[in-house]
Ligand binder design. Structure first.
Ligand SMILES: *Cc1c(COP(=O)(O)O)cnc(C)c1O
Length: 396
């Protein structure tokens, strides 16, 4: 890495990220190159964002062509890519309407506002409480960090937005106990990402839905990380045969261009009327054109089938590696959303892997998280496992 980039970043940019000592300048498929020309295999994919890999040709083409046609006009007007993306999302999901924004936090913010508005319209003021899960992650705006069940995200920013309570993940009973006549929504990740790649018991999401329906409480699935093919399903909840009332998307939706989306069923969507909610950049022609191409590529059943196969391969390889090291507690995952929980700190492993040309990251301090581009090859996985084996040997 050129010291210069690091020095400039350290003096000019807010000190909010603990960055690894590398400056990437180029990417292609599952590969990245740093400013010295060193090649890396990417098992982070911009945190489950570049699901089609870096700079895929079809997306570069759309970016180039749309950037010459129309980039932005504002939501005061109609644009074609935005409605085409909306139609495609709706045809491929439970939802009837979509609101476009620019990030995961914004999508969740919109979902929380919609839930409050829906409840307010039906029941009057006061019914605005939202139940979320411990160890969840929903974003960094004031409302979404209030929803986030992690003290480290909230500390120093109190008072939190009123009305949130956090219950253990994977317990329908806990949600039922926390529900009051003031509850308007439950927000949950179908698989917790930042919380440590935690997969709930089968039936959990379905039972939550039943409970919510009984009380006209809205069920919000935060699919910001696990949506868009990550689990081998276009949306992670499809695997459980259950649909929410509201769903949020972002990260991989345009493969790296900033976009978020909040989708809902018609009855709920009706609560938003002109003036209820808005954002300047939401759903610009450029990002929605790219998202449309991304969505069409990922939603192909053969593509998703391949993700499940590669995911099974990764899981099997990591599990057989895990068997040989007693500091590996568990390997868990679905599709290409995989976590390896260690009994030791993950950071030294990440640093050693980076030196060996493997880009990895961790959540909760001790869970290695594997979210490669969905186009990852078996040989890439073999390379990862061989490097991890070497690094683990040193650690032993
Ligand atoms: C990343 C993430 C968010 C926040 O998205 P941003 O685009 O960083 O605002 C929200 N929910 C989940 C589940 C995420 O993984």
């Amino acid at each position: 890495m050129t010291e210069k980039t690091k020095k400039m970043a350290d003096s000019f940019i807010f000190n909010t990220y603990a960055r690894e000592p590398v400056t990437f300048v180029r990417g292609s498929g599952c590969r990245l190159w740093d400013d010295r020309g060193k090649e890396y295999l990417d098992f982070v994919a911009g945190i489950a964002v570049c699901n089609l890999g870096h700079c895929p040709e079809n997306l570069s083409k759309v970016i180039c062509e749309q950037s010459k046609k129309l980039v932005h006009v504002s939501n005061l007007y109609y644009t074609e890519p935005q409605v085409e993306l909306a139609k495609e999302l709706i045809e491929r999901s439970f939802a009837d309407r979509v609101f476009f924004c620019n990030s995961g936090a914004e999508a969740n913010e919109a979902a929380l506002k919609l839930a409050r508005k829906y409840s307010n319209d039906r029941y009057g003021p006061g019914r605005f409480h939202v139940i979320s899960m411990k160890n969840s992650f929903h974003g960094r705006t004031l409302a979404t960090l209030s929803a986030t069940g992690q003290e480290k995200v909230q500390k120093g920013f109190e008072p939190l937005v009123e009305g949130f309570s956090w219950v253990p993940f994977d317990s329908v009973e806990a949600v039922e106990e926390a529900m009051t006549d003031k509850t308007c929504a439950v927000i949950v990740e179908p698989i917790q990402g930042e919380g440590g790649v935690r997969i709930p018991s089968s039936g959990y999401l379905r039972d939550l839905k039943t409970l919510c329906e009984e009380r006209d409480v809205l069920l919000i699935f935060d699919e910001v990380q696990v949506g868009m093919g990550r689990t081998g399903w276009l949306f992670a909840h499809e695997c459980e045969g259950v649909t929410p009332h509201i769903m949020t998307l972002a990260k991989a939706l345009a493969n790296g261009l900033p976009i978020g989306a909040m989708l809902a069923i018609e009855r709920v969507a009706q609560a938003f009327v002109p003036g209820s909610h808005a954002t300047t950049f939401g759903g610009t022609p450029l990002v929605t054109a790219v998202a449309l191409e991304t969505l069409k590529t990922i939603a192909n059943p053969e593509f998703l089938e391949q993700v499940r196969k590669r995911g099974d391969y990764l899981l099997a390889k990591l599990r057989s590696l895990a068997n040989r090291y007693d500091f590996v507690k568990e390997v868990r995952g679905r599709g290409l959303m995989v976590g390896m929980e260690l009994t030791v700190e993950a950071q030294p492993v990440i640093r050693r892997c980076l030196e060996q040309g493997i880009v990895l990251n961790a959540v909760q301090g001790n869970v290695l998280r594997f979210t490669p581009p969905l186009i990852v090859e078996e040989t890439d996985i073999d390379r990862l496992v061989s490097v991890l084996d070497d690094v683990f040997k040193e650690l032993k």
